[in-house]
Write a protein that binds this ligand. Structure first.
Ligand code: NDP
Length: 270
């Protein structure tokens, strides 16, 4: 990525830039954003960090997004969640130009993913698919179970697995016999945000397990959604927490931002 970023800057006279919009002082958002800024800088990608007061109005926040949309030197927009309750998240998301929606956040991007069109895909599931592909294990024809159905992880994850011809089951908090359903999975993606919830009873011997969860125990230890020690005894492969899906998410954000910058620059030259 560093080479691509340097070549882009040399060719166009400005760097690839991601705008990060954060509302308020949520501590997890703060540390996630600062980490992203540091990692972007390390590879020569620029960030434009716009942090606002918690009390910002819907109209003011929309004006910030409109302003970034029009900036020819900003390739992508990351709208950091959560937003305060008085802000209509979907309405704000709809204001992001699809061409700059590098986190695949708005309805146009989600619809394109659903239709199988070219679109920015939310970075976490996009990173998980890359992890699976890197393992060189086949996806086509496999039983895949996605644990979690959020718009940003579970649902797009299921769409990506479907696109790769897996037979996909989506589970959530109302799913009956959860461990039984999961134990049929050749590929299990755990994205529920419950520390060490997935035990060995959920795992088919030899399965590939992708742990997306980021949870902190009472002692402050970072753990995934899987009980890693016992799951890894049964699974054929498991992505670690920390170190698996987390770094892949930021990597995909870099690639999406770079690709958005290339497309934006090309459209200006038309
Ligand atoms: P959400 O809280 O938005 O969604 C959680 C999903 O899990 C919901 O669909 C919910 O079901 C389901 N769920 C919750 N409890 C259970 C349960 N006991 N049994 C079955 N299903 C359950 O979370 P996100 O999707 O945003 O994130 C999930 C996890 O991934 C979190 O730990 C988060 O921190 C992590 N994450 C990691 C990222 C990374 O970079 N690696 C990036 C983004 C998130 P229902 O819909 O019925 O409520």
């Amino acid at each position: 990525m560093a080479d691509l970023a340097a070549d882009f800057t040399k060719k166009h006279g400005y760097p690839v830039c991601l705008a990060i919009v954060q509302v308020g002082n949520n501590p997890s958002s703060e540390s996630y954003v600062k980490n992203n800024i540091k990692l972007f800088e390390q590879v020569g990608l620029k960030t434009d960090y716009r942090k606002t007061e918690e009390s910002i109005t819907q109209a003011q926040l929309e004006a910030i997004i409109e302003n970034i949309n029009k900036d020819p030197h900003i390739a992508g927009i990351l709208l950091q969640l959560p937003l305060p309750k008085h802000i209509d998240e979907r309405q704000i998301a709809s204001k992001i130009y699809p061409a700059k929606d590098v986190d695949g956040f708005n309805a146009v991007s989600a619809g394109n993913l659903y239709l199988g069109n070219d679109a920015f895909v939310p970075c976490t599931p996009a990173g998980v698919i890359e992890l699976i592909k890197a393992s060189r294990q086949p996806i086509s024809g496999k039983n895949a179970v996605v644990l979690g159905r959020s718009n940003i992880v579970g649902k797009p994850m299921a769409m990506l697995l479907l696109k790769e011809n897996a037979t996909v089951t989506i589970c959530h908090s109302k799913t009956q016999d959860l461990s039984k359903v999961c134990s049929k999975a050749d590929i299990l993606v755990a994205a529920i945000g419950k520390a060490e919830f997935v035990t060995k009873d959920f795992i088919k011997p030899g399965a590939m397990v992708l742990d997306v969860g980021i949870n902190f125990t009472a002692e402050g230890k970072l753990v995934g959604d899987c009980k890693a020690d016992e799951v890894s005894e049964i699974a054929g492969w498991i992505s670690p927490v920390p170190g698996g899906s987390g770094p892949m998410t930021v990597t995909m954000l870099m690639y999406n931002t770079y690709n958005a910058a290339v497309k934006l620059a090309a459209s200006k030259n038309k």
